[in-house]
Write a protein that binds this ligand. Structure first.
Ligand code: HEC
Length: 163
């Protein structure tokens, strides 16, 4: 009986070896070196990303060449983007299209309208770009909201608030 069980298990594993080959490779987390956000902003301009993108909260020069679409990056609402999401969006833009726009505005037959940079971008440029963009996916402060400042006021100081 035991022998039967063992041979059954080995048959099963054989079946799995052939069937499981089609299964997608494990993806797991990506661990790239830390990027430089200031360099990232420079690449964003020199690589022409500005042709199609504006970034919330970033002062970037106008593009030398206007791209065919305008897609906003960065967050106004506090929605963040993980490192993995940003890397995926850059190296495989059609994998998950931006959720900000109607699909037919940013893609054609399921393919993102974004330029492919995979044959020109260095890994350093990629990590720099991600560092630059990630800093702009942060919770935006409510306009007009002033953070209260708690500081010790001596009696001699005037209490007038001229704001
Ligand atoms: C020709 C226009 C074009 C250029 C140039 C371009 N993109 Fe895009 N990009 C798009 C479009 C269209 C989308 C929306 C569809 C999608 O998600 O792929 C997009 C989406 C993205 C997203 C995901 C946004 C989201 O909300 O999910 C990121 C990040 C991004 N681009 C980064 C870059 C970077 C970095 C560069 C330069 C290296 C660049 N793009 C250059 C057109 C462009």
């Amino acid at each position: 009986m035991r022998g039967l069980l063992i041979s059954f298990a080995s048959i099963l594993s054989l079946v799995c070896v052939s069937a499981c080959e089609q299964v997608e490779p494990r993806q797991g987390a990506l661990h790239l070196p830390e990027g430089d956000a200031i360099e990232g902003a420079r690449h964003f301009v020199s690589l022409g990303c500005v042709g199609c993108h504006k970034v919330v909260g970033a002062e970037l020069p106008d593009p030398v060449e206007e791209g065919p679409v305008r897609v906003l990056l960065g967050s106004k609402t506090g929605r963040t983007m993980s490192y993995n999401q940003l890397v995926t969006s850059i190296v495989n833009p059609s994998h998950r299209l931006s959720t900000r726009y109607r699909k037919d505005k940013v893609s054609l037959e399921g393919q993102s309208l974004m330029t492919s940079y995979n044959d020109v971008l260095t890994v350093t440029q990629l990590t720099d770009l991600v560092a630059f963009l990630q800093a702009h996916y942060v919770k935006a402060e409510r306009p007009g909201y002033k953070y209260p400042v708690y500081e010790y006021k001596s009696d001699s100081e005037s209490e007038t608030d001229d704001s």
